[in-house]
Design a protein around this ligand. Structure first.
Ligand code: NAD
Length: 511
């Protein structure tokens, strides 16, 4: 643990004192961009504020990147691309492992930064920072094989495929677990041989600067990873429209995905979208109900419910509904809401007052729709953007609380009668990211898993990730898959090379 002098404010958790010290640098001057290996204030003079969601206090200001700043970053990425792509996979592997080392060395600073500007509890952010390092190590080890292809011989030709990096890419990330998500997109891009311009979310910009610094210190050549801060409709739009940027990897809301598709159409951008969700967790009456209950609570109330794979719809079989929901309500009411920097805290503040108000509005919507607000539904405490962990019961599949992504610590419970009813309700939404099901019947597990319209299904499990597996959604939840080789499919072009064996005759034209 590094020793950081900082005056503690009365009654605050010692971790908060340390976190304020880590972030003090961002109060000295506004945060700018990181372009071509250097921190720069760029060309803009518009600033936006970043606040601590725990108390509404300012953390600092950020310079909104302009079209010219995005252009400078895209040019830097284009200039750095040939040399980075020409390195061997082993050379890239060594650098990416050094980045992972750097992340581990600054893991506390990264985790505390996420707690301060995203409001996520430390008990989850400590792991998320280390998962960022794991993402780099995983894709580092795959870099030497990234270009591998297949051989498809015929009688007269040898066909073989190889993959080559697509070029400079744009990565646009949201504010929930920003560091981990950024590494999940950036690490495979770099391993593939692409260069990157990253546009972090405006509500949680700080950990992206830490990543840029770590990468620079690890010896990543200048221009290979650039970071431009700014608003979505400003720097984000400019990135998606820039002709030097060949592809956009985007994580965020479905409607922003649509906008990016429109913006990128002129320059024929390849897009990869990880979007919203309204993921069902289905609990059958033959399930291990104790474990199911733990998973139901964990998968919506961890990370403040601000998690794309959260199970925000509980479909529970009618025969066990009342007993299961009574136990669930007791658990929800007992969740510990508080300072995200206190390791005992289970639920921190939501990211921003605007988002808090959106989440709170669903309590009114629930009542108006005829559902019951069984637990919570209001704010918590006097300061900050805390929302009570909330449970809606008596809901039906047609209600907005059962169809729309709320993205907070809010769970909607809906009863079902049988397997067919469960599948029909699970699929009756626009989204299709993840699904969870709990049953003791192995045949049913497979039947239901295959029938649910979602990119990822967990059976008798919460969201446990294995990095080589495909991650992504169907329907309005996304386009494309991440993870393992799937990430390289996006960041690389597959080329076929056909070499004649000399045994065939070329058709003769022209006499
Ligand atoms: P958002 O779509 O509002 O913003 C995400 C990013 O896009 C931000 O950096 C923003 O500045 C940028 N942006 C906004 N408008 C843009 C535009 N016109 N052009 C280019 N960039 C633009 O999302 P959010 O509110 O920050 O994040 C929450 C959403 O992210 C939720 O819907 C959640 O489900 C989703 N999410 C999905 C996954 C997944 O893997 N499927 C993971 C995490 C979050």
């Amino acid at each position: 643990m590094t020793s950081i002098p900082a005056a503690a404010q009365s009654g605050e958790h010692p971790n908060r004192t340390r976190a304020r010290a880590y972030l003090a640098r961002f109060r000295v001057e506004p945060l700018g961009h990181f372009i071509a290996g250097e921190a720069t204030m760029g060309s803009g003079d518009a600033l936006f504020d970043v606040t601590d969601p725990s108390n509404g206090q300012p953390l600092g200001q950020v310079i909104a990147g302009t079209d010219a700043d995005v252009d400078a970053a895209a040019r830097a990425a284009r200039a750095a691309f040939p040399a980075w792509a020409a390195l061997t996979g082993k050379q890239r592997r060594a650098i990416l492992h050094r980045i992972a080392d750097g992340i581990e060395a600054r893991a506390e600073e990264i985790a505390f930064t996420e707690c301060m500007d995203a409001g996520q509890p430390l008990r989850f952010m400590a792991k998320a920072a280390l998962r960022g390092a794991e993402n780099f190590r995983f894709f580092a080890d795959r870099a030497p094989g990234a270009q591998d292809g297949v051989s498809l011989p015929t009688a007269d030709h040898i066909n073989y495929t190889m993959r080559q990096p697509i070029g400079p890419v744009g990565v646009i990330t949201p504010w929930n677990t920003p560091f981990m998500l950024s590494t999940w997109k950036i690490a495979p891009a770099l391993a593939a041989g692409c260069t990157v311009v990253h546009k972090p979310a405006e509500w949680s910009p700080y950990s992206a600067r830490l990543l840029a610094e770590v990468a620079h210190e690890a010896g990543l050549p200048a221009g290979v990873l650039n970071s431009v801060n700014g608003l979505g409709e400003g720097a984000g739009r400019a990135l998606t429209e820039h002709p030097a940027i060949k592809a956009i990897a985007f994580v965020g809301e479905s409607k922003t995905g649509s906008a990016i598709m429109r913006q990128g159409s002129e320059t024929l951008k390849r897009v990869h979208f990880e979007l919203g969700g309204k993921n069902p967790v289905i609990v059958f009456d033959d399930a291990d109900l104790d474990r199911a209950l733990d998973a139901v609570v964990f998968m919506i109330y961890s990370l403040n419910g601000q998690r794309c794979t959260s199970s925000s719809r509980l479909l529970v079989q009618r025969s066990i509904h009342d007993a299961f929901v009574a136990r669930l309500a007791a658990r929800v009411a007992a969740l510990k809401v508080g300072d995200p920097l206190d390791p005992g805290t289970e639920i921190g503040p939501l990211i921003h007052p605007r988002h808090r108000d959106k989440v709170l509005s669903y309590a009114e919507i629930a009542r108006a729709e005829g559902a019951t607000v069984a637990v919570g539904g209001g704010t918590h405490g006097d300061a900050g953007t805390f929302v009570q962990p909330t449970l809606f019961t008596g809901a039906s599949a047609t209600m907005r609380i059962a169809r729309e992504e709320i993205f907070g610590p809010v769970l909607t419970v809906i009863p079902f009668d049988d397997e067919a009813d469960a599948i029909a309700q699970a699929n009756d939404v626009d989204y299709g990211l993840a699904g969870y099901l709990w049953t003791g019947d192995v045949g049913r597990a497979h039947r239901v898993a295959q029938a649910i319209e979602a990119g990822m299904i967990w059976v008798n499990s919460e969201n446990v990730r294995h990095l080589p597996t495909p991650f992504g959604g169907m329907k309005a939840s996304g386009i494309g898959r991440d993870g393992g080789d799937y990430s390289f499919d996006f960041y690389m072009e597959t080329k076929n090379i056909a070499v004649a064996l000399g045994s065939h005759k070329v058709p003769r034209l022209g006499g």
